[in-house]
Design a protein around this ligand. Structure first.
Ligand SMILES: Cc1cc2nc3c(=O)[nH]c(=O)nc-3n(C[C@H](O)[C@H](O)[C@H](O)COP(=O)(O)OP(=O)(O)OC[C@H]3O[C@@H](n4cnc5c(N)ncnc54)[C@H](O)[C@@H]3O)c2cc1C
Length: 420
C-alpha cells in the first residue's frame, strides 16, 4: 500500500496519526484508554512498552498470562500462526489459559475491527497475523487517513498512472461470462454486460468471491479449484455516517468503540482534511457484526447507533436528541451485504492461489491466497502475485501471446493484451 502511494507520488495525501491504539471506555463514559507506542523504540519493544504502560484495560497478571499465551507464536513463527486457523480466537484464548477478561476488554474490539465478526467466530490466524506485524515492524500498526474521498484522492491517480502508459480503463462494463475454450482447457474470451466480447493474452478476475462463484463457467464448475470457493462467503457490514450540529469530544485518530453494536469509528471533522470543521462533528462508524441488522431500515440502524453513542458519551449525545444535547443534521447508512470473506476458523484452506489450473485465467482479490488478510494491502498483494504468475507463465511458455491471425475478432470486439 505504501509502495503504491509512493509510485503514484501521492504520499502527502496520507494524514498520519500518532502511533497509538485508542479505545473508548464504557466503564468511564467520555474517556479513552490509550496504547501509545514510543517513537524511540523499535519493534517489538515499542509494542511491549505500549501494553505495559496501559493499566486501565488489563491488570498485570492478565498481561503476563496473555504474553505467556503468545510465546509459541513468537518462538515458532509463521508456521504456528497458520496452524491456528482451525481455532477461533475464543477457543485459542481458552487453550492458552488467557483470562476471559483479555478477550472481553481487547479482542472483541480487535476482532470486529479486523474482520467485522466476534472472537467466538474469528480465526486465530487473523489475530496472530496482525499481532505479528505489530511486533515485527516498528510502524506495523501506525494509522493514516486518506485526506479525502477515495475515488478522487486515490483511484483517480491510479487511472491516470495507467492511462498515461497506454492502458485503458472502461467503467460500467461488468463481466457477464468467462468463456472457456471449446476443449475446456483454458480461457478463450470474456463477455461484458455491454455485449462486447474481449480477447486477451491473459485475464485476471478481481471481482469479490461471491460474484466469482456466480461467474465460474459450467465446464469448470466441478474442479476443486473452484468448488472450494464455496467455503468462502462475504460478511455483511454497515457504515453509518452522522453529521451533528456541534463539535463532540474528539480525538484525532481511529477509535475502537468497544460497544456491542459498533466497531471502529472516527470523527472525520478532526481526522480528515476534506471534512475539517471546528464547528461540527461528522462521525463515520462501522456497525458490526451486522448479520442481524443489514436487512433492517436505515432509521432503526441510526437509532441503535445513537443508543450506543449515548452509552459512550452520555454528557453529549442522547438517543432522543433532547434539548441541550447534540442533534443530528444529516445521516447516511451504507450497507454492504457481502463485504470481505467471513474469516471464521478454517477458511485458509479454501483460499485459491492466483494461478488457476486453466491457461490465461488468473484470480486476484483479497480473498485469494496472500499473507495480508482481507484488506486493501491484501488486495494489492494479490494483484502483484497474479502479475508475477503471468510473467512466470510467459517466461516458461505456459502462457503464449495470441498470434495476431488467430485472434482476429469481429466488429465491436476489442483485443487488449490484458483484460482485468
Ligand atoms: C466498511 C469497510 C471498511 C473497511 N476498512 C478497511 C481498512 O480500514 N483497511 C483495509 O485495509 N481494508 C479495509 N476494508 C477491506 C477492504 O475494503 C477490502 O479488503 C478491499 O477493498 C478488497 O479489495 P478487492 O479488490 O479484493 O475487492 P473489492 O474492493 O470488493 O473490488 C471488487 C471490484 O469488483 C467489481 N465487480 C463486481 N462485479 C463485477 C463484474 N461482474 N464485473 C466487473 N467488475 C465487477 C466491484 O464493483 C468492485 O469494484 C474495509 C471494508 C469495508 C466493507
Amino acid at each position: 500500500m505504501m509502495n503504491l502511494f509512493k509510485e503514484l507520488g501521492i504520499e502527502d495525501r496520507l494524514q498520519w496519526k500518532s502511533h497509538s491504539m485508542i479505545f473508548a471506555r464504557p466503564d468511564a463514559p467520555g474517556e479513552f484508554s490509550r496504547f501509545d507506542f514510543p517513537q524511540w523504540l523499535p519493534a517489538p519493544l515499542n509494542g511491549i512498552v505500549a501494553i505495559l504502560r496501559n493499566n486501565q484495560m488489563l491488570t498485570w497478571p492478565e498481561k503476563i498470562q496473555f504474553a505467556l499465551g503468545l510465546l509459541p507464536a513468537i518462538v515458532f513463527g509463521q508456521k504456528y500462526v497458520e496452524a491456528q486457523d482451525k481455532l477461533t480466537v475464543t477457543q485459542w484464548m481458552k487453550q492458552q489459559g488467557v483470562p476471559d477478561r483479555v478477550n472481553d476488554e481487547v479482542f472483541i474490539a480487535m476482532a470486529k475491527a479486523l474482520a467485522f465478526i466476534d472472537p467466538s467466530e474469528l480465526s486465530m490466524t487473523v489475530v496472530l497475523t496482525a499481532l505479528n506485524r505489530f511486533l515485527q515492524e516498528t510502524h506495523g500498526c501506525k494509522m493514516a487517513f486518506l485526506d479525502g474521498a477515495p475515488p478522487e484522492r486515490l483511484c483517480a491517480p491510479m487511472v491516470e498512472h495507467f492511462t498515461s502508459r497506454g492502458g485503458e480503463v472502461q467503467l460500467s462494463k461488468r463481466v457477464k461470462a468467462w468463456n472457456p475454450r471449446a476443449d475446456g482447457k483454458g480461457l478463450e474470451s470474456v463477455t461484458l454486460t455491454s455485449g462486447e466480447t474481449v480477447l486477451a493474452d491473459a485475464y485476471v478476475s478481481a471481482v469479490p468471491v461471491d460474484i466469482m462463484k456466480l461467474l465460474v463457467p459450467e465446464p469448470w464448475a466441478r474442479d476443486s479449484y473452484f468448488t472450494k470457493l464455496e467455503g468462502l462467503e462475504g460478511v455483511p457490514v454497515i457504515n453509518v455516517h452522522l453529521w451533528f450540529d456541534r463539535k463532540l469530544t474528539t480525538v484525532d485518530h481511529l477509535l475502537f468503540s468497544r460497544s456491542p453494536l459498533l466497531s471502529v469509528y472516527a470523527d472525520m471533522s478532526t481526522t480528515c482534511k476534506e471534512y475539517y470543521s471546528t464547528e461540527a462533528s461528522m462521525l463515520e462508524l462501522v456497525f458490526a457484526p451486522a448479520d442481524a441488522w443489514v436487512g433492517r431500515p436505515d432509521e432503526e440502524i441510526v437509532a441503535a447507533t445513537m443508543g450506543e453513542l449515548e452509552r459512550l458519551f452520555p454528557n453529549e449525545v442522547r438517543a432522543d436528541q433532547r434539548d441541550g444535547f447534540a442533534k443530528l443534521r444529516k445521516t447516511k447508512v451504507v450497507k454492504t451485504p457481502r463485504s470481505v470473506y467471513r474469516a471464521v476458523a478454517g477458511r485458509e484452506d479454501f483460499r485459491p492461489l492466483q494461478r488457476s489450473p486453466y491457461p490465461r485465467f488468473y484470480l486476484a482479490g483479497d480473498y485469494t491466497k496472500q499473507k495480508y488478510l482481507a484488506s486493501m494491502e491484501g488486495a494489492i498483494l494479490s494483484g502483484k502475485l497474479a502479475a508475477e504468475a503471468i510473467c512466470e507463465d510467459l517466461a516458461s511458455g505456459r502462457l503464449a501471446p495470441r498470434e495476431a491471425a488467430a485472434s482476429a475478432v469481429g466488429a465491436g470486439q476489442k483485443q487488449p493484451a490484458l483484460a482485468a
